[in-house]
Design a protein around this ligand. Structure first.
Ligand code: ADP
Ligand code: MG
Length: 252
């Protein structure tokens, strides 16, 4: 698939994202176990679970990051099986991940974003993206180096914007950010949803959910397995009332 400028492409294409019985190992230890989830265009999917339950590993495995080895199962974008594709092939098809944690880089912010846009074959105005997120002062700074929590999350969102994604996975976009930054980030998620993008959001306590306009579906992941599924606000209420220990027993 040769896409010279993804703008026109992403504006008309809507793709679902699903995993079928997906198991992922790190250093030969299985972390994600037989996970089947499905996200449809314009309908947010939330992934909740305690620390270390495998949420980030699941997203990284879907992204194709090599150390997160898919031992069985499939990742499917719309009708295409992308399980064996390298990460940049997934990016070209419109998949992107907004990471929970990032490492300081030795390249300037604008350079990082230019590279991502080029690899994704997206023609974007980097300055305009940073302006819109209120982080234009970071243009020449080394990416993620000494950034505040909010600045780092906004740069992560900028990486998604410049890749012109169709399916976006956001790993804890609400952790470590102030309320104003949270509103800005949620604003972009709402825009993506209105545009029919496919969105998966990992959240601990569901803070971001209060700012998302569309009601979605939520899965609870415990020890690498999906143990519960329901409407987002019902699941969050249950989690806040009973804690994750409720799902570990026979509560589901
Ligand atoms: P969550 O995002 O739900 O907090 P993670 O997916 O980050 O959970 O981690 C799940 C388990 O996998 C944890 O025990 C964690 O230590 C382990 N893990 C995740 N990534 C790596 C890695 N790159 N190397 C070794 N262990 C990892
Ligand atoms: Mg995580």
């Amino acid at each position: 698939m040769l896409i010279r400028d993804r703008k026109a492409y992403t504006e008309c294409v809507k793709l679902s994202l699903r995993t079928v019985d997906l198991s992922i190992s790190i250093d030969d230890k299985v972390i994600v176990k037989n996970v089947s989830i499905e996200a449809m265009p314009g309908e947010p999917v939330f992934l909740l679970g305690p620390n270390g339950s495998g949420k980030s590993s699941l997203l990284k495995g879907i992204m194709g990051i090599p150390s997160y080895k898919i031992v069985s199962g499939k990742v499917i974008m719309d009708s295409e099986d992308i399980t064996g594709l390298p990460p940049w092939e997934r990016v070209r098809r419109g998949l992107w991940i907004v990471h929970q944690l990032n490492f300081p880089l030795s390249v300037p912010t604008y350079f990082l974003l230019e590279k991502i846009a080029a690899r994704a074959r997206a023609n974007v105005n980097i300055k305009a993206v940073l302006d819109a997120l209120g982080i234009s002062h970071l243009y020449y700074r080394e990416a993620f180096n000494g950034f505040s929590g909010g600045e780092a999350k906004k740069l992560e969102v900028a990486t998604a914007l410049v890749s012109r994604p169709i399916c976006i996975m956001l790993d804890e976009p609400d952790s470590g950010v102030d309320i104003d930054s949270l509103r800005v980030i949620a604003g972009y998620i709402n825009l993506w949803l209105r545009d029919g993008r496919t969105i998966i959001i990992v959240t601990h306590l569901g803070a971001i959910a209060n700012f998302i306009e569309k009601e979605g579906k939520a899965y609870v992941l415990i020890d690498g397995r999906i143990v519960y599924e329901g409407r987002l606000h019902d699941v969050i209420r249950l989690v806040l009332e009973k804690g994750y220990s409720y799902f570990k027993g026979d509560g589901n």
